[in-house]
Design a protein around this ligand. Structure first.
Ligand SMILES: [Fe+2]
Length: 357
């Protein structure tokens, strides 16, 4: 009784009615809102959404059994795995999920809704299209010294790539690769994936790592048309075509552990795996649908087909701890370097003062 009353208070506080389905989403409103509107139109079930930029998993954990969350939507296998590790999601399956989502794109407690490639962008003027046999490992070669831009290695997009390299090549080779890439950086890792393409346009670097859908988002950006120019200055390349295939990551969904509207939640997730929703993801955000037979957008299709890494995304997730350890190792080296620099500067200032006196 006490629990029911508390649940009602929580739901009322969150502005949710119990017959609706409640979504906590890291995915942005422009993308999911039209899809949810279609779902409501077809089923009569209202979708209440809380859009978050950070702290989603922590919030659900904190709310515990009283959480109104039914469905959690996020990007990257690392974040989906975090939901599982924090024990805030439950097993989910349905005939529709099994039919629509290939086995390699689902775990017991999560499923992928779209995929995206971790591409390499190259300057049209200074590099051209990268050769067919270009691999991620090539980024560590001396010929790229001072020419690579990337966002932080600690970001899930890069951690997943590093984890996939560990899965394919082992820890030692991956560490050497990380050191090589770090040595080749044109500047300290910063900004997001689009910012690296901007840096290529500005001549700061020649190649960058970035997710594939950003190419579409930049090329069609009416709100920030300067991004069209950034994108027009690069080619998109899909590495590892003669080896293991390009690293793919996912966006996905999970069913909250204490979902108060489980039946409606599964109905919504089923809908997200269907033709209509999959096509909307492809058109609105330039992602690759996971359901077989649903085509990518015309623009995405124009980038060509390519070999995708066949490694299960779960096998990638197993290597997160090592990937993080590798990044922290190099981050610490940078810290030591900065610290050494500060000490030297302090000594110099002291020496200078001495001279001055
Ligand atoms: Fe993204």
């Amino acid at each position: 009784m006490k629990k029911t009353l508390l649940s009602l208070i929580t739901l009322a506080a969150a502005g949710f009615a119990s017959a609706d389905v409640n979504v906590y989403s890291y995915r942005q409103e422009f993308l999911v809102k039209p899809i949810f509107a279609k779902f409501t139109q077809e089923t009569g079930i209202k979708v209440n959404t809380i859009y978050l930029k950070k702290g989603l998993a922590e919030r659900v954990k904190r709310e515990g059994e009283q959480s109104p969350a039914d469905v959690i939507m996020t990007v990257d296998i690392s974040r989906l795995q975090q939901l599982v590790d924090m024990d805030i999601v439950q097993n989910i399956t349905s005939p529709m999920i099994e039919k629509n989502i290939p086995a390699k794109f689902r775990g017991d407690k999560w499923l992928a809704l779209t995929t995206r490639a971790r591409a390499v962008y190259s300057s049209k003027d200074r590099v051209g299209k990268l050769p067919e046999d270009f691999d991620y490992l090539d980024l560590a070669k001396p010929e790229w010294k001072g020419k690579i831009c990337t966002r932080s290695g600690k970001h899930p997009y890069n951690l997943s790539l590093i984890a996939s390299i560990i899965a394919h090549h082992g820890n030692e080779k991956a560490k050497m690769w990380l050191q090589g890439v770090k040595d080749n950086l044109a500047r300290k890792p910063q900004g997001n994936d689009r910012q690296q393409v901007k840096a290529i346009k500005e001549g700061i670097c020649d190649v960058s790592l970035g997710n594939s859908y950003y190419f579409g988002k930049m090329l069609t950006n009416e709100k920030h048309p300067e991004q069209k120019d950034w994108a027009a200055s690069v080619y998109i390349n899909f590495p590892d075509q003669n080896t293991t295939g390009t690293h793919m990551n996912i966006s996905g969904a999970a069913l909250a552990k204490y979902s108060p509207n489980k039946a409606e939640a599964i109905q919504l997730i089923d809908f997200l795996t269907g033709d209509e929703a999959q096509a909307m993801y492809a058109e609105v955000n330039f992602e690759y649908p996971v359901k077989a037979g649903v085509k990518p957008s015309e623009l995405v299709a124009s980038w060509g087909t390519f070999k995708q890494d066949s490694l299960s995304i779960l096998d990638v997730a197993k290597h997160y701890a090592e990937a993080r350890a590798g990044i922290i190792f190099y981050a610490n080296k940078i810290t030591v370097f900065i610290y050494t620099g500060l000490v030297l500067r302090a000594i110099f200032i002291r020496a200078y003062r001495c001279i001055d006196i």
